[in-house]
Design a protein around this ligand. Structure first.
Ligand code: ARG
Length: 454
């Protein structure tokens, strides 16, 4: 490509360190699409003849068909996907192929390809997350009334419903999707025409190229267009946040699937056995979702560190932008699909969940609230009385709603039999009717709102 200036070829290691084709071959669709848009514009603007533009365009279509059929060869002498495509085109249509690179550089070319790729990646993730949300909605609906312990500090706190718990993840994923949408909107500008760094003297039509490629318009500054990768970093930050959410659910599934919890049993499809312990059913997929979140975070950190000290405009360090984005995207795609499968197929052990909810004196707050509402006792005092009632239940080895009335009245005479109406876990969750609360009626309303696109 630069034979005019160079007498000798590169050293073998130079070739190897310089080549990006082993990974950027993944950009071939975007590379061909970018070239097609560019040559269409060159022809329309009269920068190359209409005949040459047509020949190049037909040749590019053949290159694409060849990539589709045979894959992209990892030929290190053709450093990257851009050179690979141009060389293939030359082999097909001869010297006229050399006109394609008029008024562009690999710098604006790779920035364009990569933005197109990230845009597609975001659309894929969005589709996968929508399916995951559907799975959450289905299971939440099924379990809108299923009582389980709600935890703080991983100590039983107050009863909630499983439906409410799953809908918490629905909300997290909704925000993840909105972060990806935001990132997409900012990424969707076209750097092509920025050329190497300074723009070009050819009378190009950047609006036209941008339109052909489905961008909202051209990037406004050529130096910025070729040298920033914030669109990739934004994709990664959104991916990290999403992976962290998936990881928390994965962690809960791991805990819930353990024998002491016994809240969930993962389907055979989403469990693995042990080669030595026949009784084992391991939640490996959930553990890997948890693990992958760390790797995705590493990808984000890696690209940020790559970019942090680079002067404008392009430096070759930036070639290292693609592997972390590809890796994170693959890991995230697997993680979303695995969590979706686990949620869809898990068997929730509702009897066990209910027992656990009843075990931890989880309706103590309901007793305190009752003392405030019915007996008009200040909350701090009610809290103290309730503490004594819990102590009594503990001594008797029974749930709060099994402590005899005489025992409760011995603690505070203002307690009467109506208190039993609030001490069951069902009464507790049913009473949490505030907006966003765990009352089954609220959970159903939240599911209905989600289904209506709220
Ligand atoms: N393979 C390069 C990359 O991915 C393409 C841009 C090369 N530009 C250059 N000036 N050497 O970044």
């Amino acid at each position: 490509m630069w034979g005019g200036r160079f007498a000798e070829g590169p050293a073998a290691v130079m070739r190897e360190i310089n080549a990006s084709i082993p990974f950027d071959k993944r950009l071939w669709r975007q590379d061909v699409a970018g070239s097609q848009a560019h040559v269409k514009m060159l022809g329309a603007a009269g920068i190359v003849s209409v005949e040459d533009a047509a020949a190049i365009s037909a040749g590019l279509a053949q290159v694409a068909a060849d990539y589709e059929a045979n894959g992209v060869a990892e030929d290190l002498t053709l450093e990257d996907i851009h050179m690979q495509t141009e060389a293939k085109l030359g082999a097909l249509i001869g010297p006229v192929a050399g006109r394609l690179h008029t008024a562009r550089s690999r710098n604006d070319q790779v920035a364009t390809d990569f933005r197109l790729w990230v845009r597609d990646a975001i659309d894929q993730v969005d589709g996968a997350l929508a399916a995951f949300q559907q799975a959450l909605l289905v299971r939440a609906d099924e379990h809108a009334d299923s009582v389980m312990p709600g935890f703080t500090h991983l100590q039983s706190a107050q009863p909630v419903t499983l439906g409410h718990h799953l809908m918490a993840y629905y909300e997290m994923i909704a925000r993840d999707r909105s972060r990806f949408h935001d990132a997409r909107a900012r990424a969707n500008l076209c750097p092509l025409g920025s050329a190497a760094l300074a723009g070009t003297g050819f009378p190009i039509d950047r609006e036209a190229t941008a339109r052909t490629l489905g961008f909202d318009g051209p990037t406004r500054n050529s130096l910025d267009g070729v040298s920033d990768r914030d669109f990739a970093i934004e994709y990664l930050t959104a991916a990290v946040q999403c992976a962290l959410h998936l990881s928390r659910l994965a962690e809960e599934f791991i805990l819930w699937a353990s024998q002491p919890f016994g809240f969930v049993s993962l389907s055979d499809q989403w469990s693995t056995g042990s080669s030595i312990m026949p009784q084992k059913r391991n939640p490996d997929a959930a553990e890997l979702v948890r693990g992958h979140s760390g790797r995705i975070l590493g990808c984000m950190t890696g690209l940020m560190v790559t970019m942090k000290g680079l002067p404008l405009a392009y430096s070759k360090d930036m070639q290292d932008d693609k592997p972390p984005v590809f890796e994170a995207h693959d890991l995230l795609g697997l993680s979303i699909a695995a969590m979706t499968g686990m949620v869809e197929s898990a068997t929730f052990r509702t009897v066990r969940m209910r027992q656990a909810a009843e075990a931890g004196f989880s309706t103590a707050t309901d007793l305190a609230d009752w003392l405030v509402r019915v007996a008009d006792i200040p909350f701090r005092e009610a809290h103290h009385i309730t503490g004594s009632a819990v102590k009594r239940a503990e001594d008797l080895g029974v749930a709060l709603d099994r402590v005899p009335l005489a025992d409760l009245q011995a603690i505070d005479a203002r307690i009467d039999e109506r208190v039993y109406g609030v001490l069951s876990v069902d009464a507790s969750v049913a009473s949490r009717t505030s907006f966003g609360g765990t009352a089954p009626a609220r959970v159903r309303a939240a599911i209905a709102a989600a289904r209506n696109g709220a």
